[in-house]
Write a new protein. Structure first.
Length: 451
């Protein structure tokens, strides 16, 4: 990175950044209060609020959103007549999954092989620290040239839509000229990237019932309809022979124009076992950024250990459907529910319930904010050209903000590059990426103010 005062300041602040991320990661802020104490999320929210107050933010507030969680808001006034930029991140995290699979405790930030490991280190507590680093670097080098609003969501990972609904009810709160969503990631370490498209998502719970109660499989098996078998048939109908998602009435052949994802590199990033094929057709970019993708997230059925010789009377599953840009998530939900109901065999009773949903997003890359970010990233990444990529995941708030503030320019950056393994065991963040992206964000705010 070329020497410049902003970059030098960020480098000097990195020990503090590590200490703060250590504090943040220690909060078990999973917004599923059946699994984790509410006090952990409240502790993280108060940490964010205190950090904003310490940086001179005004109107700092913990917003009680309709889903029962809290988002943290603050406003840092800029010079008279300056533009306003909204910086977003979320402090809630995914559950650690199998803690035995972690090489170090998931809620203790641990340095190993040049990376910092811990749940939320990249997704997205690291994003909050990135915003703080950028603002501190500007304050130390002439001041922050724009008004800054920060919103830290408390339930993004749950997809329960609390902040979206709060924003819709208080549309004046998050108004801004530009919005930087710090919850994405570079295509890979060292490749400066903005995410220009996100798939939406829907979560559907499906319940299948066939009997009044479980039956002995020797006495009744072969004629009595097995609910678990019926559910498996229905779930299997969601994929073609090559693994492509097949939901009746849902288009599945869109193509991604732009940065491509090498198949061998994808296999490495996804840690696909030797000899196991990738699923679907088209390019990897088509499959993960431009097409629908169904995943069975969980099945309620007897575990293998302790199972009895029984025909199952009932079974249920949680199904996720990633929805590509250009497809309405509400319509996709209806199609998924109709498909499951139509493909459940043997006249089994089936019911479906939509429990989470978010729209897809596509950015306008022709806006002045993109030029300002491209220049900033080029400096932060030693002259490298900024790339445009898609992301298979969902950030439901993006479409809400785009509809509420149609004139706002929205950019997505962040720390969730492939090596970060977000949502998996051993999530980590590259401190080099944190440093460079903080520099890029600071320079972007300066460029955007001057534009």
């Amino acid at each position: 990175m070329p020497s410049n005062p902003v970059a030098e300041t960020v480098v000097s602040l990195m020990p503090r950044a590590k200490a703060e991320l250590t504090e943040l990661v220690a909060f078990k802020s999973v917004a599923d209060f059946d699994q984790f104490p509410r006090s952990e999320s409240e502790g993280a929210a108060n940490w964010v609020a205190d950090a904003l107050r310490a940086e001179g933010f005004q109107d700092v507030a913990l917003l009680d959103t309709p889903d029962g969680t809290q988002s943290v808001y603050g406003f840092l006034p800029g010079p008279e007549g300056s533009k306003t930029v909204l910086l977003y991140a979320h402090y809630d995290v995914q559950p650690p999954l199998d803690e035995a699979g972690w090489q170090t405790p998931p809620f203790e930030l641990t340095e190993r092989d040049g990376r910092w490991y811990g749940r939320g280190a990249a997704d997205c507590k690291g994003g909050l620290v990135m915003h703080l680093l950028a603002l501190r670097a500007l304050k130390a080098n002439g001041g922050v040239p724009v008004g800054v609003k920060v919103i830290a969501e408390g339930s993004e990972e749950q997809g329960t839509g609390g902040l979206e609904r709060y924003a819709e009810e208080h549309p004046e709160l998050l108004t801004a000229d530009a919005i930087v969503i710090g919850d994405s990631g570079n295509f890979r370490v060292g490749v400066p990237t903005v995410t220009t498209a996100l798939r939406g998502m829907t979560l559907v719970r499906v319940q299948v019932d066939t009997l009044e109660g479980n039956l002995h499989s020797g006495q009744f098996g072969g004629a009595a309809p097995d609910a678990l078998g019926a559910l498996i048939r229905a779930l299997d109908s969601l994929r073609a022979e090559d693994g492509s998602t097949t939901v009746d009435g849902l288009a599945g052949a869109s193509r991604w124009e732009g940065l491509q994802y090498d198949e061998a590199q994808f296999r490495k990033d996804a840690k696909v076992l030797d000899g196991v094929e990738l699923i679907g057709s088209g390019t990897v970019a088509d499959r993960v950024w431009a097409r629908p993708a169904v995943t069975v997230l969980g099945i309620d059925a007897p575990p293998v250990v302790g199972a009895t010789p029984s025909v199952q009377a009932g079974a249920r599953a949680l199904v996720s459907l990633r929805v590509p840009p250009g497809v309405d998530a509400v319509e996709a939900t209806k199609l998924l529910q109709a498909h499951l109901e139509a493909h459940t065999p043997w006249g089994a009773r089936v019911s479906t319930e939509q429990i989470g949903q978010g729209q897809a997003f596509r950015a306008d890359t022709t806006s002045p904010a993109y030029a300002a970010m491209a220049e900033a990233m080029s400096v932060a990444y030693d002259g490298a050209e900024m790339q445009y990529a898609g992301q298979g995941g969902s950030i439901p708030l993006c479409n809400t903000l785009a509809s509420l503030y149609p004139r706002a320019e929205i950019l997505l950056i962040g720390l969730s590059e492939p090596e970060a393994q977000i949502h998996a065991v051993n999530e980590s963040v590259s401190p080099d990426e944190l440093e460079r992206l903080a520099v890029a964000e600071a320079l972007f705010l300066r460029n955007y103010a001057a534009g």
